[in-house]
Design a protein around this ligand. Structure first.
Ligand SMILES: Cc1ncc(COP(=O)(O)O)c(C=O)c1O
Length: 492
């Protein structure tokens, strides 16, 4: 086994070994039951100390990827064979919604997103319900929150008797811009940032700014249903470009840019909702080039930023030299959704009009919420909290992959996202609406795939949240697997 090491990298050598082996397992190069090199052989082969290899194997074992057999060595864990993401979806056509909806508000109100959102609130308050549906982070690791919140509130008490800047507090904008520069190599200053009520408000401001009723808008297919409902509510016409393992299909994107001359491309480039796919570096560059060529703006939603297990490519906005992309971020997925703090990165001439729209919308975001996030960032708690979430989500994802392997039929396939909160399971010929209802009556709430496709014209799939305890994951997936197997044997 060849393990290329970067001796001058800031990443510890044992982590480089772990990542390489993990990748070999995820891509199928190492298969279930395959024997790993002995500790001595790998140490000699890679020119490292035996203890370094032992450390790497220990972490892989803790992640559930490999298992030791006494006297025989280490093997790829037989209960785990993540399926390759490359076959995550069946071939799909582009979805073109020819007509804008006739009653935009009604469409949005009764739309799939509204229904799912309300059902999700209800499910979360039902005792004993296993909620595999929501895209929420795990709420552990926030024990310091009351103390931090008290300190933050003290600092803003005076300003509570005043209105504040529509673009948000300078201190918070400075902290976020620093984070974006350091972590994503983005060329951002506090003057490019607008703090919004969650990223949802940012998305809404941008879409209303660029898109008029009847305009064409491109989305990934599937995509986040919250965006679909927003687009329909304002009478936009939506084109769904099939998602591949590397991001949206660029050939089909170009064809549709040429034919329809859309105003905007919406992309969740990192840890995509609902598939968990991260658009590759090459795809990001080409997507930006295409948008420039066809004079179409990009709305890049990075709601799951910071929840990646391994490094991800820089955002499209970091490559943007012509102010064609607007970037949206949020603290909903890394701290808590209820705090309602998100932000927009808008460069160039579009900044001022968007700040004015923000003012017209709701004046500004609560200074208390802004101060709490600011205090989190200043105290260094945020960085630790992210590391905690990443480790915890990695473990729970491993538990879900093992449960899927155990309970789901071989015809099912699923993505193995590099982080985030959910993965995407697809099974040809299984009516997921039926499985969804049956699971609900057995206390398991899932997100059915249909609402994530424009015009609800997709293939059968489920989005499953893995940020639960391993015990709940096992019980929830066992119920789903049983229902799916029962359906398949009824119809065989
Ligand atoms: C892709 C995506 N964008 C935006 C949002 C909205 O998040 P916020 O709470 O920041 O408004 C969500 C929430 O689920 C999401 O999944």
């Amino acid at each position: 086994m060849r393990i290329p090491l970067e001796r001058h990298s800031s990443k510890a050598v044992y982590l480089q070994i772990r990542d390489r082996i993990r990748r070999l397992i995820e891509t199928g190069a190492l298969q279930t039951g395959d024997k790993l090199p002995s500790i001595r052989a790998l140490a000699e082969n890679t020119g490292v100390n035996k203890l370094t290899v032992i450390e790497a194997y220990n972490v892989l074992e803790a992640d559930g990827l490999i298992a030791a057999r006494p006297g025989s060595g280490y093997f790829v864990n037989p209960t785990l064979q993540p399926k390759s993401v490359s076959n995550f979806a069946p071939p799909q056509d582009v979805i073109v919604s020819e007509q804008p909806p006739p009653y935009p508000f009604e469409e949005a109100k009764s739309g799939a997103f509204f229904n799912h959102y309300m059902a999700s609130l209800q499910a979360r308050s039902s005792p004993g319900m296993i909620d595999l549906s929501s895209g929420f982070p795990s709420d552990s690791g926030l024990e310091d929150l009351p103390r931090i919140a008290r300190r933050a509130v003290k600092q803003v008490t005076g300003s509570l008797f005043n209105y504040d800047n529509p673009q948000g507090q300078l201190m918070l904008r400075q902290q976020i811009s620093r984070m974006l520069v350091q972590q994503h190599g983005m060329n951002v200053t506090p003057e490019d940032l607008i703090i919004t009520n969650g990223s949802k408000q940012g998305l809404s401001l941008v879409v209303h700014y660029y898109v008029k009723p009847g305009d064409w808008v491109i989305v990934e297919s599937p995509t986040w249903h919250g965006m679909l409902s927003l687009l329909y509510s304002m009478g936009a016409r939506v084109i769904g470009i099939p998602m591949t393992a590397e991001g949206m299909n660029l050939e089909l994107l170009e064809k549709n840019l040429y034919t329809y001359r859309p105003k905007l491309i919406f992309t969740v480039s990192t840890l995509h909702n609902p598939t968990g796919i991260t658009t590759s570096q090459a795809h990001r560059q080409q997507l930006l080039q295409l948008a420039e060529r066809y004079d179409c703006v990009i709305l890049e939603d990075n709601a799951y930023e910071g929840l990646n297990f391994e490094p991800v490519p820089a955002p499209i906005k970091a490559l943007d030299r012509k102010d064609i992309a607007t970037y949206v971020g949020t603290f909903s997925k890394t701290l808590m959704p209820g705090i309602r703090v998100g932000y927009l990165v808008v460069t160039g001439k579009h900044y001022q009009p968007l700040v004015e729209r923000k003012l017209l919308d709701d004046l500004h975001v609560s200074t208390v919420s802004q101060a709490i996030v600011s205090e989190y960032l200043a105290s260094g708690h945020y960085r630790h909290h992210l590391a905690h979430l990443q480790a915890q989500h990695r473990q729970s994802q491993t538990a879900m992959l093992a449960a899927l392997q155990k309970y789901f039929p071989p015809s099912a396939s699923w993505t193995v996202p590099n982080g985030g909160t959910f993965l995407w399971v697809q099974m040809p010929a299984v009516p997921m609406a039926e499985i969804y209802q049956q699971a609900l009556s057995r206390g398991v709430f899932v997100a059915e795939g249909t609402p994530f496709f424009p015009g609800q014209q997709g293939y059968p799939a489920l989005r499953l949240n893995f940020t639960l305890s391993p015990d709940k994951i096992e019980r929830g997936i066992a119920v789903l697997g049983e229902l799916v197997q029962a359906y398949l044997s009824r119809t065989a």
